[in-house]
Ligand binder design. Structure first.
Ligand SMILES: Cc1cc2nc3c(=O)[nH]c(=O)nc-3n(C[C@H](O)[C@H](O)[C@H](O)COP(=O)(O)O)c2cc1C
Length: 361
């Protein structure tokens, strides 16, 4: 398709349309949200398989990268089949953010995303995340430093402002674009709101009218119908899907293609087994065993007997979890084999890091 089909504002797009952020082609208008403690490589690869046109890492600390922290470096491990991928960084010092962006680019990310939305105290007290919404000068210096440091497009994800009812994002958005942001994602809740109330997408529509770069609408997109109405209401270039995709990649497919039959139990169990296997490979058994516990409920609740989740979270090893799942859904073994055979082989990891970097091995 022609390169001129830029992800453009104000024109209502179809979810299945491809588009561009700068030179990066995005095959659909669904972006899988960055979520700390969730957006591991397995989540992102699965998201791409189920129709997300762009996937994001969770936020990565620029200070952690600067200090060569092994666990932080592990977030830069990118698989060949997850592109296009944005790696999100957070921090408050322009030179450190620029350095982090260079590392992210070197690791193979297609986009560097800057976090101006995290409301968590551990982050905001360092002057990073959502705090920067109230420091427009510094926020712009960060974007400028990052955009100057790398040749891949730089994008920004932000909240509406710090306080409820804030319209800070509307004043800041155009300035961030001037500073070099190639796209903006808005989660129109305040930092104070965390995840309460609803995302006020009327604000997203206003932002779309103020900037000439693609705007991505984040917040409460849970169904195909909702995705379409958010695109229509806002004129945004794409929707971002977060919580709805936790343990439920089928939601992405439904959002892209419209209502579908619910997945069979065997398919659900097979996807979870694949997710477990991939996550163990990324994080190592010890870290993965704890990390994965929240996913059991996300995948299985409403689809399998309630006691199964309780049982799985008490098991010590992921091997036992897989065994128990196969007992419950024996047909999952065949589905798993099929899934595995369809995954691209070789060239899986583009950045070689020792497994110890992920707490395992
Ligand atoms: C567990 C969790 C972790 C999150 N971590 C991040 C993050 O690291 N960076 C970020 O920009 N947003 C983060 N978010 C916000 C999401 O990207 C998204 O904007 C928000 O959840 C609203 O979308 P949703 O209603 O589709 O979930 C996180 C959200 C959740 C629920």
């Amino acid at each position: 398709m022609a390169r001129t089909a830029t992800i453009s504002r104000s024109v209502q797009v179809k979810l299945t349309d491809s588009g561009w952020i700068g030179p990066v082609r995005v095959p659909t208008r669904i972006v899988l949200a960055p979520m700390a403690g969730v957006s591991v490589q397995a989540f992102r690869r699965q998201g791409r398989r189920f129709g997300a046109g762009l996937v994001c890492s969770e936020m990565v600390s620029c200070a952690g990268l600067h200090h060569g922290n092994e666990r932080t470096l592990g977030y830069l491990r990118i698989a060949a089949d997850e592109h296009p991928l944005a790696v999100q960084i957070f921090g408050s010092e322009p030179p450190l953010m620029a350095e982090a962006a260079r590392m992210v680019e070197a690791a193979g990310a297609d986009l560097v995303d800057v976090n101006f939305g995290c409301p968590v105290r551990k982050v905001t007290k360092t002057g990073a995340g959502a705090t920067l919404l109230d420091e427009p000068g510094r926020a712009c210096r960060i974007v400028e430093a990052v955009a100057t440091a790398v040749s891949v497009p730089v994008t920004v994800k932000m909240r509406r402002g710090l306080e409820d009812g804030s319209r800070t994002c509307l004043a800041l958005g155009p300035r961030l674009v001037e500073a070099g942001a190639a796209s903006l994602t808005l989660h129109p809740r305040s930092a104070r709101q965390m995840y309460m109330g609803r995302a006020e997408h009327a604000l997203t529509a206003e932002l779309v009218s103020l900037v000439d770069v693609p705007v991505v609408a984040s917040g409460d997109v849970t169904s195909s119908q909702r995705a379409r109405s958010v695109l229509a209401e806002t004129g945004a270039a794409a929707v971002m899907v977060g919580r709805a995709a936790q343990g439920n990649p089928w939601a992405l497919r439904e959002i892209l293609d419209g209502p579908d039959e619910l997945p069979e139990r065997d398919e659900v169990a097979a996807e979870l087994i694949l997710f477990v296997r991939e996550t163990v490979r990324e994080l190592g058994e010890r870290r993965a065993a704890g990390f994965l516990k929240k996913f059991y409920g996300w995948y299985l609740r409403g689809r399998f007997p309630r006691q199964l989740v309780q049982e799985l979270v008490r098991l010590q090893t992921t091997g036992e979890v897989v065994e128990r799942l196969l007992e419950e859904a024996p047909g999952a073994a065949f589905v798993f084999q099929r899934l595995e055979s369809e995954l691209p082989v070789g060239q899986e990891v583009t950045l070689e890091l020792p497994i110890s970097a992920y707490g395992g091995g």
